[in-house]
Design a protein around this ligand. Sequence first.
Ligand SMILES: Cc1cc2nc3c(=O)[nH]c(=O)nc-3n(C[C@H](O)[C@H](O)[C@H](O)COP(=O)(O)O)c2cc1C
Length: 265
Amino acid sequence: MDLFEVITKRRTHRSEFSDRPISESDLAQLIESARWAPSPFNVQPWHLVVVRDRAQKKAIADLTTCAITEQFEDPQFLDDNGRWMRTTIEEWERFQDGVLLQDHVDLPADLSNSTVLKPLLKHASHLSLLGKLGVGGKPAQEIAGLVIRAPVLIMISMDRERKPPGEAYLRWMWLGMGAMIQNILLTATALQIGSQFISAAIERTSDRQQLSQILGLPKSHEMVSLIRFGYLLHTDGEGLLPAKGVRRQSSDFVSYENYAQKKAE
Ligand SMILES: Cc1cc2nc3c(=O)[nH]c(=O)nc-3n(C[C@H](O)[C@H](O)[C@H](O)COP(=O)(O)O)c2cc1C
């Protein structure tokens, strides 16, 4: 597979991975790809905690369950979700952005039709009521299970003490972290390893503090991403699952010479 193919075939995998452990050589390659990422002044501010121990995974999963359940009770969070949740594949393809609701929430059958869902999403307080009635518990449990059963979790943190000079140092550090994470995701794709960010676990300050303790992170470390990894269960002939994805057209976000000029002359 060439690089461009890896880039376009990388997807977020939200279902079960194979329970086959990630081989030491594949794990070493993921780590090596992180090592060679660019960063401002080559400060390399990253740290990776590779988690394979079941008790550690369970502690992370428990935090994730609570966080997701509480998110479902938060009208503001659900309101914000409504903007990016697409209720059908057709709608997703039309918008060319956002995420497919069914990939994130396992709704009761009578709610999963889009004529019911659309008005609900418009009035997120109804969804928050559903959260209070326990609907949020199911995705929370499912994600917790995926976290526990993932062969490898990697907690990626940024050491604020490795700061480059300049007023905008934090901005450049985060950009370096993003480049490093993409290196890992692309390498995983090339190795037929699926990946999924588990952001709910580190969304709230209180959860980050608890996780920091569980993982023994030094005070100077800022948690950036928790990602689960595992070999893909279903693959096409080339070993990759061509999971569906949508993207905006480049004409929508590229300008030439100035913002208003959309087409290259
Ligand atoms: C910083 C960041 C956080 C994300 N958090 C989550 C997450 O918590 N759960 C999840 O399923 N996907 C998460 N995603 C994946 C995005 O939803 C996904 O990249 C986007 O929908 C495009 O789909 P694709 O990755 O399959 O191409 C995250 C992605 C990024 C870059």
